[in-house]
Design a binder for this molecule. Structure first.
Ligand code: PLP
Length: 360
């Protein structure tokens, strides 16, 4: 067996320990004679799995009691519609557009009401986070929306926007559980789990209880109503059982690693190694303004497309996989999520140093 260093933006690297444990339990989960994939979601066994997963997530994020945790299908993209359908009572919402995912969410919300783009960084290819200290928030806005970490462009909100008292909704897909957060500052925070938590196919939505009501837009499907899933403990229909099980294992791994403060320290250290090299390199250069740099997704370029392609190819041959930038921006991107060990980042930087010597 040989494992590579996988810098994919998602689906992405998972802790090796977690994969091994899942492999050991594949045929016979804790003496029940079947795999978690084969068991009823109504069984006692699975009930324990989902309840423990939620409890561990609540511990990790210190989620207040007046927030529900929902394990939903349809990925993060489904939330682009589900959020306006459930929250747009006045049919007005304000969007801060800092990348493609925020733009998609903003465009989707336009189907349901007046979705205002109140700030954007599109003028400079989303390479920075706009000043959000005094934005023209709509007086009747049902919520203010951000994508907190921009997976494609590698920017991160270091400070949440001033929403002037309006409910903040955040897509945290690519920074989920990478550092401690104050959940009480959000109305909703949600993320697709395939970036930093588990396998693809699920989104976790953490929602303040007063936002979960029957008063949704007319025509909202039962399955797209938060209340349906909140009332049923995420088991209105068959949930993504195996994914919940895997996420639960990752939550336990995170707790064992020391929780989110320890993860933050670890992630800062990894990111520092890579950004310090980029800042000193004569060949490679980071594309994001330093103050808005993500700890999770690090885009960089040589400035020469052919050289970029050569780098990606040779890196892959050296066991450093998935370093090609998003198809819309080119260049390179190293996603260094929680499960990427520091050794992976060090191997990448060493490879870059050699490449620079040979091609600089
Ligand atoms: C990947 C990603 C999405 C889309 O996730 P899906 O689960 O594929 O729908 C949305 N937002 C952000 C920030 C992402 O990184």
């Amino acid at each position: 067996m040989s494992r590579v260093y996988n810098f994919s933006a998602g689906p992405a690297v998972l802790p090796e320990e977690v994969l091994k444990e899942a492999a050991e339990e594949m045929l016979d989960y804790r003496g029940c004679g079947m795999s978690v994939m084969e068991m009823s979601h109504r069984s006692k066994m699975f009930e324990n799995i989902i309840q423990e997963a939620e409890a561990d997530l609540r511990d990790l994020l210190e989620i207040p009691d007046n927030y529900k945790v929902l394990f939903l299908q349809g990925g993060a993209s489904q939330q682009f519609a589900m959020i306006p359908m459930n929250l747009m009572k006045n049919r007005v919402a304000d969007y801060i557009v800092t990348g493609q995912w925020a733009k998609k969410a903003w465009q989707e919300a336009q189907k349901y009401g007046k979705a205002n783009k109140i700030a954007s960084s599109e003028d400079k290819t989303y390479s920075y986070i706009p000043d959000c200290s005094d934005l023209p928030i709509s007086p009747d806005a049902d919520y203010v929306y951000i994508c907190e970490n921009n997976t494609i462009y590698g920017t991160k909100f270091k400070k949440l926007p001033n929403t002037k008292g309006k409910t903040l909704v955040a897509d945290v897909s690519s920074c989920f559980l990478s550092e401690p957060v104050d959940v009480s500052k959000y109305g909703i925070l949600y993320g697709g789990v395939q970036k930093n938590i588990g396998p693809a196919g699920m989104v976790i939505s953490i929602i303040r209880e007063d936002l979960i009501t029957e008063d949704v837009l007319p025509g909202t499907p039962t399955m797209l109503t938060f209340k349906t899933h909140a009332d049923a403990g995420s088991m209105y229909n068959t949930p993504n059982c195996y994914c919940i099980y895997m996420c639960g294992k990752v939550f336990k791994w995170l707790k064992k690693m020391g929780g989110l403060s320890a993860m933050k320290e670890r992630n800062e250290n990894k990111a520092r190694i890579l950004y310090d090299f980029l800042d000193s390199s004569s060949l490679f250069k980071g594309t994001v303004v330093p103050e808005d740099r993500s700890l999770m997704n690090v885009p960089f370029v040589t400035g020469n497309k052919d050289l970029d392609a050569k780098f990606v190819k040779e890196a892959q041959e050296a066991g450093l996989e998935n370093l090609k930038g998003h198809r819309t921006v080119g260049g390179m991107r190293a996603s260094i999520y929680n499960a990427m060990p520091v050794e992976g980042v060090e191997a990448l930087v060493n490879f870059m140093k050699n490449f620079e010597k040979e091609n600089g």
